[in-house]
Design a protein around this ligand. Structure first.
Ligand code: ATP
Length: 239
């Protein structure tokens, strides 16, 4: 089944078009990576998929629901984790997950959801420390737990490992793999070509608002006759 279909999607800010007619399909259970240099249009695209930004023209459907005409249906089955997301600093990690879970469930269902979040965050006894004592890596784990505990069908993550050290980034990639293994479709952006190569089933590259490449990392490397996705990126942008 197609989890996500973008059909000739355009977005203008005022009279300047930032996304110029992107079309792509993401299959259920895939980890799909959006790459592109700063200002290419990745966040704009992710925010349109997440119903947070109105599309100027074209269409986006998430598991068959149109983001423009059925935004509430889309919101029920997605989670969006922005790059600059934060949590309430005066709460403990556990209290934050409990607070967020209360928007989705109550009673036993809520308790199970919070436990799922605690398991994903995997912060040990620091789950009972205040969020303002967390490192960047711990905070990111908590936010991923928050995004995944309501069991979305599509998880959208913007630069989820940016600024993290090697171990934290490695562990978060592991969390993303296990999310996908459990059947959740993942659409993520990243500037880390090594990460995208390791993690993503397919990749779309945006350059100045245009989708210029689409394929599996290995197909793209073969097509460009290079060993790394980084070289594909440079060749595609610089020619
Ligand atoms: P980065 O990797 O730096 O996060 P990006 O690929 O996510 O970049 P976007 O944030 O989607 O890029 O921005 C795409 C273009 O749209 C840029 O030229 C940016 O300046 C412009 N843009 C983004 N948000 C707005 C806005 N609210 N108003 C006007 N222009 C905007």
């Amino acid at each position: 089944m197609d989890a996500l279909v973008l059909n000739d999607v355009r977005k203008s800010y005022g009279n300047r078009e930032a996304v110029h007619g992107i079309s792509l399909t993401v299959r259920e259970g895939e980890i799909f990576g959006l790459i592109g240099h700063n200002g290419a249009g990745k966040t704009t695209t992710l925010r349109m998929i997440s119903t947070l930004l109105r599309i100027t023209s074209g269409s986006i459907s998430v598991y068959g629901h149109d983001v423009t005409t059925e935004p509430d249906e889309v919101r029920k089955i997605i989670s969006y984790l922005p790059e600059d997301a934060g949590a309430y600093k005066d709460l403990t990690g556990r209290a934050y997950l409990e607070f967020m879970a209360s928007f989705f469930a109550s009673g036993d269902e809520k308790r199970a959801m919070v436990q799922k979040g605690i398991d994903i965050a995997d912060l040990g006894d620091r789950i009972d420390s205040k969020v303002d004592t967390y490192s960047k890596g711990m905070m990111r784990r908590l936010l991923i737990a928050r995004a995944i505990m309501p069991s979305p069908k599509l998880a959208i993550m913007d630069e989820v490992t940016s600024g993290l050290d090697v171990i934290n980034a490695y562990e978060i990639r592991d969390v993303i793999r296990s999310i996908a293994r459990s059947g959740v479709t993942v659409v993520m952006s990243s500037h880390n070509m090594f990460e995208v190569d390791m993690l993503c089933d397919r990749v779309g590259m945006i350059d100045q608002g245009n989708l210029i490449l689409l394929g599996t990392p290995s197909d793209l490397k073969r097509e460009y006759g290079v060993d790394t996705l980084e070289e594909v990126f440079v060749k595609a942008v610089k020619g």
